[in-house]
Design a protein around this ligand. Structure first.
Ligand SMILES: [Zn+2]
Length: 1008
């Protein structure tokens, strides 16, 4: 029922209260009928195109004559008429171009246009324009503004009347950009003809063609005759009514080996004179757009499903990949989609190779950048959601992109299992297939969107595409977020009701225009539920979902069944019923829905299970966007986490698998592997390392080692956790005891602008660290004593330069030293094609009392300070790289003054530093290995101690070194590997070369 009917209905109801239910029903029926007469009834305009066009492959033009018959089915008299001239957008100064220059739209597309529109230039020339109603001329003049042609109708077009528009037109066809244009000899004709602007219940949709956003068309009939060079083969919307599109001439003989067949085919292919032509007519009805592709390089294969012809047209050079697969995948797509949502209504579907990445959908025809099954599903799926059920893609992109993203993931999971891709599709090596675990495709997608939605950059789905602040928001809101909304809807309604709802939506709106309300009404009518609580927050707001169990009570009853009482809390701000799964002591599962979810922050829910319960889970299959499953469990007993009292998420434990990215939604992943550290004093130190992670929300790593000589134990525990709804976004912590040196630390991070790439503050950290050094026999990096340092850091970014300012001090006289420190760093790292440049600048100053500052808190001259070095097991002492003392001396870990040639000198750090590191580099990937050749200059002005014992130290001394470096990065068995060898040529102090500079340095870390 529509809202505007309600007052009328209530009025009638008041009058007839006495007459009972029957009378009410009659009145209701009357009101519903009545509303039909006064504008509530659906209507759509009808257009009939007749186009005769000729392709000129020398001048790169397409054009000819269009006759359009326009039937006004609306209740309004139309005073104006509009045509979309989409191709006009590819000129300097258009709305599209200006939006790209302003940084809107997809960056990859914008980057091309910023270099100039010339290669993509396309434009219409229009002449002999005339609109007539029978023999009366409504107008013969028009205006063109950007991509919209407007005409004023002299006496208007009445409801039910029709008019005929005639025009001659020519379009310059530019190089392929966005969705259409030339790729070599191939012409992808999309949005290629003057097309009638939609007039619907909201009036004319005469928007220009924006940088971001797609299309909207009137349903109708197309009669198109194409005239192309004789050697060109055509794939098109519609069916052939006259002429020969050339398919049989290029049909692949699939009984032969493709490469052998192609060789023979090429040698037999006839050559045609340049004046020989191919003329073909195509006819299509009940479509709202018409596209076609032509090239002399097409090959053809065909198939059929349920009487629907399946055509595949692909380039010779892609033939090996496309042969057989394209037809089979297209057949499967229309079969699956027809079964799930509603029967394919057209006589044919054509899958074409568009010779450009990505894909695009048109009625009966898709243009695909590859033969990928997911891509074919997505684009063919659009024939349902966009094509058959035609939405305004600019205003409500989610109604086509969200639906197709949803059905593609569903299909791929249906076909290939939960990971949602073809294991044998060639993406993975055998060892990866064998040893890696793969997350659920739905879960992986959910993580991606949780990351985005909790970034502060989220916007509501129901927004015109060009209104989003950035491309990430436009993409997320058109594609991924609504696809996950549909998954949630399927979960709460159940698959059967959901499919019924989709089929009802299809039945009502096939070959019509849809919108949000029409979809929601179909779902509400079929499910019998009011779903406003579900759709409003998803579509018109930005909210996060998170439910948890606070605690539970369980009581055994006289009949041996158990009552369970759960205290459920909504931590997020979106409502959702919860499927509660109780795992019973005998291993069986009991499920029940909690549906008291509307506008409720806390609730107590009691239910009965047949035998003793073990533990309880909310949303056991992780079907919702609940951003934090750590609070969805009660009763889990994990020996690893005795403090949590069963209120924790289970672990999935396995031996460490390098390179594997596996992030289940409702499990911690624990991986372990053996380690072997070394120190002269302790000898070899075997041990284990454990890593526990929960995707983007938690990570902890712990090391435990025992020295074989001294039998001493050493441990380290470090990690971070994120609090999605709290004002502090991340907490980092560490604690270690390596005998003689022990320490701990805690840092709170407030994200200010995590995902935004523009200038401004990024994040702030507050925290402290604490060390106690009693014995320095295992490290030369520390002075003995106790130290507590409070630290605040502010990170910002301006014009690609990252800035960090930090203030540190020793509070409450709790340390053996007292000092304050300020450090400012700026850094930059950018690539320009093969070349790149990076720099880092640091200014640091320490103020202290007479006790000076210990070694571990001064600015290191050659690189990172003691604290950073000490975190790496191989840099704790000059013996810790398995006894090789040379290694520590030559090792360079970036940081502090970063004068890399000054390692191995016994320099003990300074109190004041101003230093710059600059590198220019050339980079190239060869056979999976990335090589970088760099030239570097490190320069600094230092004041402070020089050597540990007796020296005047540096006093405004200028240190400098320069040289070249070679860096190699690759990954071996999924484990990333980085190696840097730098060769300094000279190192000077106040212009004088030092005697024994570090003549080469080595590192596993980057130089800045
Ligand atoms: Zn799409």
């Amino acid at each position: 029922m529509t809202q505007k009917l309600l007052p009328a209905f209530l009025y009638f109801e008041k009058q007839i209260q006495y007459s009972g239910l029957i009378m009410k029903t009659i009145i209701l029926a009357f009101v519903l009928n009545f509303s039909g007469l006064f504008g509530g009834e659906y209507w759509q305009q009808l257009v009939t195109y007749k186009m005769d066009v000729k392709l000129d492959t020398v001048a790169h033009t397409i054009g000819g004559h269009s006759t359009i018959i326009y039937l006004n089915n609306s209740p309004d008299t139309l005073q104006h008429f509009y045509l979309n001239l989409y191709a006009n957008a590819f000129q300097e100064g258009t709305v599209k171009h200006r939006e790209y220059l302003a940084g809107l739209g997809r960056a990859s597309r914008g980057a091309r246009f910023k270099k100039g529109m010339d290669p993509y230039f396309s434009k219409y020339d229009i002449s002999n324009f005339k609109i007539e109603e029978k023999d009366f001329t409504l107008t013969d003049t028009f205006r063109i503004d950007d991509t919209i042609l407007s005409a004023d109708l002299s006496k208007g077009l009445a409801p039910g009347a029709s008019m005929t528009i005639n025009l001659d037109w020519t379009q310059n066809v530019g190089e392929f950009s966005e969705r259409a244009g030339r790729v070599g000899k191939q012409y992808n004709f999309a949005q290629w003809y003057p097309r009638v602007v939609v007039y619907d219940e909201n009036g004319w949709f005469n928007e220009p063609f924006h940088a971001e956003g797609e299309f909207y068309g009137e349903f109708g009939t197309y009669n198109v005759t194409m005239d192309v060079p004789r050697g060109y083969v055509i794939g098109s919307t519609g069916t052939v009514t006259k002429g020969d599109p050339g398919w049989e001439e290029v049909r692949v003989d699939t009984s032969q080996k493709f490469s052998k067949w192609l060789k023979e085919f090429k040698s037999n292919r006839p050559k045609y004179d340049s004046d020989e032509r191919r003329v073909v007519s195509f006819y299509a009805e009940d479509v709202h757009d018409f596209a076609w592709v032509t090239t002399p390089n097409f090959l053809y294969e065909s198939g059929q499903w349920n009487g629907v012809d399946v055509h595949a047209l692909f380039n010779q050079k892609n033939g090996k990949k496309w042969t057989k697969k394209a037809v089979a995948r297209t057949e499967r797509a229309i079969e699956w989609l027809s079964t799930k949502f509603g029967m394919y209504p057209y006589p044919q579907v054509t899958n074409t190779d568009r010779l450009a990445g990505g894909g695009m959908e048109y009625p009966m025809l898709v243009m695909d950048g590859s033969e990928s099954e997911g891509l074919i599903l997505h684009e063919v799926g659009h024939i349902w959601f966009y094509g058959i059920i035609g939405n305004n893609e600019v205003r409500e992109a989610w109604l086509d992109e969200g639906f197709t993203s949803f059905q593609t993931r569903w299909y791929m999971m249906d076909r290939y299992g939960n990971h949602g891709f073809d294991m044998d599709g060639g993406r993975l090596k055998d060892w990866q297939k064998k040893y890696w675990k793969f997350g659920n495709s739905l879960g992986n997608t959910q993580w991606g969107m949780i990351n985005f939605m909790s970034s502060g950059q989220d916007e509501p789905i129901s927004r015109s595409t060009y209104m989003f602040k950035g491309t990430r928001a436009a993409g997320a809101n058109a594609y991924t977020k609504p696809s996950l909304m549909l998954d949630e809807l399927k979960y709460i309604l159940g698959e059967e009701v959901f499919i019924k709802g989709m089929q009802e939506y299809y039945r009502r709106w096939n070959l019509k225009h849809t919108n949000e309300k029409r979809f929601i009404d179909a779902m509400e009518d079929v499910s019998g539920e009011d779903l406003d609580w579900f759709f409003r927050p998803w579509l018109h707001d930005t909210r996060l979902l998170d439910y948890g169990i606070n605690n539970w009570k369980k009581n055994q009853k006289a009949d041996d069944t158990w009552d369970i009482t759960l205290n459920i809390e909504r931590h997020g701000n979106r409502d959702m019923p919860q499927l509660i799964e109780t795992t019973l002591a005998d291993g069986s599962k009991h499920r029940i829905w909690w549906k008291n979810h509307k506008f409720r922050v806390k609730d107590t829910f009691t239910y009965n299970v047949p035998s003793k319960p073990d533990y309880v889970t909310l949303d056991p299959e992780a079907q919702t966007m609940d951003i934090d499953y750590r609070n969805n469990f009660e009763g889990i007993n994990s020996p690893l986490y005795v403090f949590t009292d069963g209120h924790t998420m289970p672990n999935e434990t396995m031996f460490y698998r390098p390179g594997m990215r596996y992030s289940p939604r409702n499990r911690y992943v624990v991986q372990y592997h053996p380690t072997l550290h070394y120190l002269d004093k302790d000898g070899y130190m075997p041990g284990f390392s454990f890593k526990r992670s929960y995707s983007m929300l938690e990570y902890v790593e712990s090391d435990l080692n025992v020295g074989l000589e001294t039998k001493e134990t050493f441990y380290k525990l470090a990690g971070w956790t994120k609090r999605p709804h709290k004002s502090i976004d991340q907490i980092n912590y560490h604690i270690f005891d390596f005998r003689g040196v022990r320490g701990s630390g805690l840092t709170f991070t407030k994200e200010i602008d995590r995902n935004n790439s523009v200038n401004g503050l990024k994040r702030m950290n507050f925290g402290f660290y604490e060390n106690q050094v009693k014995d320095t026999s295992r490290t030369h990096l520390y002075d003995k004593g106790r130290m507590i340092v409070a630290s605040t850091k502010i990170h910002s970014s301006f014009f690609k330069i990252k800035n960090e300012i930090s203030f540190d001090f020793t509070p409450f006289k709790a340390s053996d030293w007292s000092f304050s420190r300020i450090v400012l760093t700026n850094s930059f790292d950018e690539r320009f094609g093969l070349f790149g440049a990076r720099f880092r600048q640091i200014y640091g100053q320490i103020w202290s009392n007479q006790n000076e500052v210990p070694l571990q808190e001064r600015f290191n001259v050659e690189g990172a300070g003691s604290g950073d070095l000490y975190h790496k097991s191989y840099l704790r002492d000059n013996t810790s790289f398995y006894g090789n003392k040379e290694f520590f001396g030559r090792y360079h870990m970036p940081g502090d003054a970063n004068l890399r040639a000054f390692g191995n000198q016994g320099l003990s750090g300074v109190e004041q530093v101003f230093a710059i590191t600059f590198e220019g580099f050339l980079t190239k990937s060869i056979a999976g290995i990335n090589f970088e050749l760099a030239g570097f200059i490190d320069q600094g002005t230092l004041t402070g101690s020089k050597f540990v014992v007796g020296d005047k130290g540096f006093n405004n001394s200028t240190l400098m070194d320069y040289g070249i470096g070679l860096r190699i990065s690759t990954s071996i068995f999924g484990q990333p590997l980085y190696l840097r060898i730098d060769k300094p040529f000279n190192a000077t102090i106040d212009g004088k070369s030092i005697e024994k500079m570090n003549d080469w340095v080595l590192s596993f870390q980057k130089s800045i």
